[in-house]
Design a protein around this ligand. Structure first.
Ligand code: SF4
Ligand code: ZN
Ligand code: ZN
Length: 316
């Protein structure tokens, strides 16, 4: 197996590109793909300040490292979700990455700041943990990005994530979500600009990137992900990718290039409640009602009896 660029010994094959790479040229490929995504979708201008949402996993730490390599001033944001030892362990990776590079890591602990954690919030709201987690993270991310005056909030969603979300949205013909599924969402109505610079990299590549760069990351899956539909969609797409390499890329980028513009949001269609957004009476975030969904969740969850997180399975 030889590197496509230098013909030296290769360390990884990227079947999607039908090519093998040595460590140096694989790392360069990752940087080039991120730089290409940033310019293709006009995510950032040179020198803009970025807040990176870091979970302690491979994608978000690779993203932080790649943005630094590309010269963007960045800080990290870690949200303590209170998912038992999974959260404790993930936090140590995020803190170590920041400390070793002398970077700023903002930490927001849900229980300390808002009085609940994800297992308790899910039970109190009678909702799936990932749904409660999503609302909670979005609120904390938006607030921190706006309060810190960052130009954009970056998340580590990769090609596998975006293709799986697209697959789920197509299966249910969620036209409103399809219209919003973009790698960059401009700042609007009190929301920060949101960017996904890893959309041109698969999760196998972000893992290889971390290993080759010596970045330690949390390898365990979140114990609350069990039964998550997103994981099933990923498995289905992986099966297709095995027999037809490049399918995921064609599915996702084909959608962005040729189909995304055909979908309109409920807001654009004038359906849904159609109410203009105003500031939440509790937190000031934009909301169609008087009190936003996050504040209603936090109020109910913070009064509930704490629930323990499921014990995570250790890798064998
Ligand atoms: Fe949150 Fe679900 Fe991800 Fe766990 S798997 S961190 S609960 S979104
Ligand atoms: Zn090479
Ligand atoms: Zn609110």
């Amino acid at each position: 197996m030889k590197c496509r660029v230098c013909k030296g010994p290769a360390v990884i094959d990227v079947r999607r590109h039908n090519a093998n790479f040595c460590a140096e040229h694989f790392l360069r490929l990752c940087r080039d793909q991120v730089a290409k995504a940033i310019s293709q979708f006009a995510m950032l201008a040179p020198g803009e300040r970025v807040l990176v949402a870091v979970s302690g996993g491979k994608d978000s730490l690779a993203l932080w490292d790649l943005l630094l390599e590309l010269g963007y001033p960045t800080d990290g944001l870690y949200v303590g979700l209170g998912i038992g030892d999974y959260s404790d362990s993930s936090a140590t990776y995020a803190r170590a990455f920041a400390a070793e590079r002398d970077l700023e890591l903002i930490e927001v602990d849900l229980r300390e700041t808002h009085g609940y954690d994800i297992p308790t919030g899910a039970k109190a709201a009678k909702r799936a943990p990932c749904s409660v987690c999503g609302i909670s993270k979005r609120h904390v991310f938006d607030r921190a990005a706006l309060d810190g005056g960052y130009d954009a909030l970056a998340t580590g969603h990769n090609l596998d994530d975006e293709a799986a979300v697209l697959f789920g949205n197509v299966l249910r013909w969620e036209t409103d979500y399809l219209a919003r599924q973009q790698p960059v969402l401009p700042a609007r109505d009190g929301f920060p600009r949101k960017i996904k610079p890893l959309v041109r990299l698969g999760e196998r590549e972000s893992a290889a990137y971390c290993i080759l760069r010596g970045i330690d990351y949390e390898v365990e899956e979140c114990p609350m992900a069990v039964g998550n539909k997103h994981l099933g969609y990923k498995e289905a797409l992986n099966a297709i990718e095995t027999t037809s390499p490049g399918s995921k890329q064609q599915f996702y980028f084909g959608y962005l290039e040729r189909a995304a513009s055909r979908f309109t949001t409920d807001e654009e269609d004038g359906v849904g409640d159609g109410v203009a957004l105003s500031a939440c009476q509790r937190c000031g975030a934009p909301t169609p009602g008087e009190v936003c969904g996050f504040c209603r969740l936090a109020e109910r969850a913070s009064q509930a009896q704490p629930v323990a997180a499921p014990v995570r399975k250790m890798a064998s």
